[in-house]
Design a protein around this ligand. Structure first.
Ligand SMILES: *[C@@H]1O[C@H](CO)[C@@H](O)[C@H](O)[C@H]1NC(C)=O
Ligand SMILES: *[C@@H]1O[C@H](CO)[C@@H](O)[C@H](O)[C@H]1NC(C)=O
Length: 298
């Protein structure tokens, strides 16, 4: 069959466009350990022994690109969520990605997919307790935009902006920072254990969770427990080590054994991170102070 000059040109241009499209596609998927090469990147701790490492089998495995510093972003991911943006835009951070519902993905895995992100966060601290990064940021795997990332309160709810603007000096000084500054929902008094409201299941669960985790009994639970919502926060290594590893193991045990559903048990922790990391029961710094001191938005 003869191909006319015009057809030849069309085919030629289509081929070029195809190559460009492929190039763009490839560019948007950087070398990512969990999707591609086994053992890409480095393992942590790196004792130099394993060259053919199998990250999924190593509890302490953390992704560290060549520019990564002594700080880590930890996320809980279910298989429908895309976290490639983190590999692309957070190259100065190590990444601890917990694959909550896929045991074959390279990366980190919780003992069970129970209690939502709280299980991943506690697992990270327990599994890395002897070798924690100096700074840790625990966040959700949404990059940006409304409504999916509404709980992140940087411009455009952008997780990268939020993480990159976090002032590490603030963490050095205070040990803990809620990544959300806006009070609603959460402050000033989200959990009130004396309130009788059947819809507030986390409040009911707190009545047994608090004594289990911190000792004492019902009358020892603070009347108000509060912080801005949503279980996204940062901590320093020094603050984390204020508690023995056995405390974190106890909290995780509660999460593993509780009969409450995941929405409830996850929410119990949403209002306990500030307690666990030394800030007291009510942690509601003013919006202005939080934006300015934590994020340099003055
Ligand atoms: C689980 O991970 C494997 C390995 O990366 C992948 O091939 C598979 O598609 C994943 N399953 C789901 C349901 O995403
Ligand atoms: C439990 O609460 C009661 C008051 O209701 C108090 O007298 C008692 O000391 C508490 N026990 C413990 C172990 O904290």
């Amino acid at each position: 069959m003869l191909i006319s000059k015009l057809q030849y040109r069309v085919i030629f241009i289509a081929a070029i466009l195809g190559l460009i499209a492929l190039g763009l596609l490839y560019r948007s998927y950087p070398d990512v350990p969990y999707r591609f090469a086994h053992g890409y990147g480095t393992s942590e701790p790196n004792d130099g022994s394993a060259t053919e490492e199998k990250p999924a089998a190593q509890k302490s495995w953390l992704y560290a690109g060549p520019k990564a510093q002594d700080k880590a972003v930890i996320m809980a991911r279910i298989h429908t969520e895309d976290v490639l943006w983190a590999y692309e835009h957070l190259s100065d951070w190590k990444l601890g990605i917990y694959h909550m519902d896929n045991e074959t993905e390279n990366g980190l895995h919780p003992p069970r997919n129970k209690g939502r992100e709280a299980m991943a966060y506690l697992s990270f601290i327990i599994d890395h307790y002897e070798n924690l990064p100096a700074y840790m940021v625990f966040v959700h795997p949404h990059l940006k935009g409304w409504p999916e990332a509404w709980h992140t309160d940087s411009d455009d709810h952008d997780q990268v902006k939020s993480i990159q603007s976090l002032r590490l000096e603030y963490l050095d000084k205070h040990g803990y920072a809620n990544m959300r500054c806006i009070h609603d929902p959460g402050c000033p008094a989200e959990i009130q254990v004396d309130r009788q409201d059947d819809h507030r299941t986390a409040e009911h669960a707190m009545r047994e969770a608090w004594p289990y985790m911190f000792g004492g009994n019902y009358s020892d639970i603070p009347k108000k427990i509060a912080q801005p919502c949503c279980s996204q926060f940062a901590i320093s290594k020094a603050q984390t080590l204020e508690r023995p590893k056995s405390d974190y193991e106890l909290y995780q045990k509660w999460l593993l054994e509780t009969p409450h559903d995941d929405a409830t048990s996850g929410r119990v922790f949403e209002y306990l991170w500030q307690v666990i990391f030394g800030q007291g029961a009510v942690y509601c710094p003013s919006l202005r102070q939080c934006w300015c001191e934590q994020f340099g938005r003055c």
